[in-house]
Design a protein around this ligand. Structure first.
Ligand SMILES: [Mg+2]
Length: 358
């Protein structure tokens, strides 16, 4: 085992913070997200998940599944504070920290500040400190690469700790449904299933050549992870030029509301990244792929950095309304943000420094 990677993932993060701060929500099914007719949930408490409520689900649908669901608005400021607290704990052990969102991060503890030989001990300590400091539980996955560490953190949720050793890895990978592979989205999974690839064991049967022919560059990654190999470093300094989210509809649609709902889900995803990183952008881009696979991109720039979700959402909706065409069914929608302030001199130094230091 040449590397020691820990993946930390807070349990039902936003919902847990709300239950922590408001005792009347404890033990109840809680959804965090939009309250309006077309709002979507960003997180659901475990009590709500029992009813089939999931994140990214429209609020109305969640209420149908669970009529007792209490929906509260997200308080990103509070989540960011908790996120900073847990990152401070990570920094006691390593500077190789790669956050994936406010509540998730990879840690490379091969070398660590406390010279602890076992990553599992570190994971246990980190979980305990997170609980002591924030009153919240996290799940930890420990393994020898990022791919397996992330798989592991999902195994015993909530409050889990799971280790995938090189010896255990092949069996676990073999039995993994293809959708559970990090980096294989809905569309790719469907494509794989059509080629008879349903599990890790099936994936392992495919040659590197077959995978790269069908999935391009990603094919190489799929080949690697099927064999338990993932050499991606824990990247503590990912500087990005843009951030975007896109998703393919299950079925092409020309329906305005359906598209708008999807767009808002994507906008929230992008904004979650913005909030987490405290990196702001000026240009919003809408991407529309139509049923005939033709692609249209439309952008709008703001003279100043967009600092609040409503402004971002406003620009996205403006672009969407301008380009909506009820005669052309849509296959995929995407929303992106560019002209980020992480490469140009910051206009609000404090936050920028905080980011670069973290
Ligand atoms: Mg989480």
């Amino acid at each position: 085992m040449d590397r020691k990677i820990i993946h930390i993932d807070m349990d039902a993060f936003y919902a847990s913070v709300e239950q922590r701060d408001f005792s009347e929500l404890r033990g109840k099914p809680v959804g965090v997200g939009g309250l309006s007719g077309r709002g979507v949930l960003t997180t659901a408490s475990y009590e709500a998940r029992k009813f089939g409520v999931r994140s990214a689900m429209p609020t109305w649908m969640a209420k149908q599944k669970c009529p007792e669901l209490i929906v509260v608005r997200p308080r990103f400021g509070v989540y960011k504070e908790v996120s900073d607290q847990i990152r401070e704990i990570f920094r006691e052990y390593t500077h190789l920290i790669e956050p994936l969102s406010l509540d998730e991060a990879y840690l490379d503890v091969t070398e660590n500040f406390k010279n602890m030989p076992f990553a599992t001990d570190i994971a246990r300590e980190v979980k305990l400190k997170i609980f002591e400091k924030t009153g919240l539980t996290a799940s930890a996955g420990v393994s020898f690469n990022k791919f397996l560490a992330k798989i592991a953190s999902d195994f015993n949720k909530p409050d889990g700790l799971f280790v995938i050793t090189p010896k255990k890895a092949p069996l676990i990978i073999d039995s993994l449904p293809i959708e559970r592979f990090h980096g294989i989205g809905k569309v790719t999974a469907e494509k794989m299933r059509q080629s008879g690839v349903h599990t890790g064991a099936d994936l392992k049967q495919k040659s590197l050549e077959w995978l790269t022919t069908h999935f391009g560059k990603a094919g190489k990654y799929y080949f690697g992870v099927a064999h338990g190999e993932d050499n991606r470093p824990v990247d503590a300094s990912s500087i990005r030029k843009s951030v975007s989210a896109e998703d393919t509809f299950d079925k092409d649609t020309a329906d305005f509301e359906e598209q708008e709902t999807q767009l808002l889900i994507l906008a929230e995803k992008v904004w979650e990244w913005v909030e987490k990183k405290q990196i702001f952008g000026r240009t919003v881009t809408l991407k529309v792929k139509f049923h005939d696979f033709s692609i249209m991109n439309r952008s709008k720039s703001s003279p100043a950095y967009i600092k609040d979700y409503d402004s971002f959402k406003g620009l996205a909706l403006e672009l969407f309304k301008q380009s909506f065409d009820s005669s052309r069914p849509v296959r995929l929608l995407g929303i992106g943000l560019s002209n980020l302030n992480n490469t140009t001199p910051p206009d609000f130094g404090q936050m920028q420094l905080e980011f670069e230091g973290g």
